[in-house]
Design a protein around this ligand. Sequence first.
Ligand code: GBH
Length: 448
Amino acid sequence: MSENTFLFPATFMWGTSTSSYQIEGGAAEGGRTPSIWDTFCQVPGKVIDGDSGDIACDHFHRFKEDVQLMKQLGFLHYRFSVAWPRIIPAPGVVNEQGLLFYERLLDEIESAGLIPMLTLYHWDLPQWIEDEGGWTKREIVQHFMTYASVIMDRFGERISWWNTINEPYCASILGYGTGEHAPGHQNWKEAFTAAHHTLLCHGIAIKLHKEKGLTGKIGITLNMEHVDAASERPEDVAAAVRRDGFINRWFAEPLFNGKYPEDMVEWYGADLNGLDFVEPGDMELIQQPGDFLGINYYARSVIRATTDASLLQVEQVRIEEPVTDMGWEIHPESFYKLLTRIEKDFTKGIPILITENGAAMKDELMNGKIEDTERQHYIEEHLKACHRFIEEGGQLKGYFVWSFLDNFEWAWGYSKRFGIIHVNYETQERTPKQSALWFKQVMANNGL
Ligand code: GBH
């Protein structure tokens, strides 16, 4: 132990994350009906190679093996999400088979000595709700309440960590604004309306959790970026502030300070029609950050101003290297800066959990081994940033590596590999990469 220079607190939560649509497969099994991602994958050109989550990692059938592997690697915590369309496959229907799947999964997790974190929503909205307007319609709050209630009533006693919504930004802005994600709409008014409803649903979940007297901790997960201006030119500095407003503050301000950021409301102007989607009482409901803030962190962005007709009039400076296989810059120092800033401006001592951090790399299986030194390096440097933050008094309580398995990387299909475990999609064979074996050591030593 003594040679460890980066020792973590004894109670540090070491974990790994996945999400239902990305790993489960079994898309038409167990009474599940399509989600918006099943539909989106059918649209030519939306997902690379026409891939879909129909089979994915076949976790639906292999969950026992997967949880055993997690145990062998020494993980303490496992963050997974529940597929809403397995639970409520049609209006007014509660699917017992769907509940049984997660019940068996939880049995396995518990008997392996792991502590589950259950995410209620990681993007697989039932298609039947989308058919009614999905996240853009206020009725979704009612639907979410029904769904969250069913899950809490069934699993309330067994879950000590609840995650309400994974990345409201992606669910709303990428789904209804840029159209990169399901359901693939391109309409800013819809996107911000959807964003508001994701936040409302988070608030509803916190309220339900309280009303039901559940004792587990509950929080939301935001994807957050450290934003740097490309230069000191006032235009670029202002552009960076807008990017931060768009991706970080639009979600963190309502949760922690009960209002949407004024500079952004003013900037969007007529596009948002005076925030007419906000009803009396909404902001009070949303301003309940809960017991922790989950942060998914991957990269920083470097921003310069443009004069085009786009919503933000910003442009991301493409970094040549070092980057991951997503083209995202590797810049661990920014992770430390982001954490420091989020604690100062928002969480102010409320615990932070890194619910995702990791890297896509081109991995090659050679002689039964995958030497993913670049991924290991990425994780190592980002853990050091966490350590520095904690040393300086930062309230960071855990780190969940994304992802346990190579999986369906949304619009990128299976072309990007984020796992610390390699998945052969032909045989479904799992092979721990070198980074996984290294991470096992880190967890065993509680540090680097
Ligand atoms: C997470 O989202 C998801 O929760 C997870 O399901 C996913 O597999 C994982 O990350 C890896 O992608 O558009 O070039 O400016 C990712 C959140 C938000 C990260 C947008 C990159 C901007 C990059 N992403 N962000 S870019």
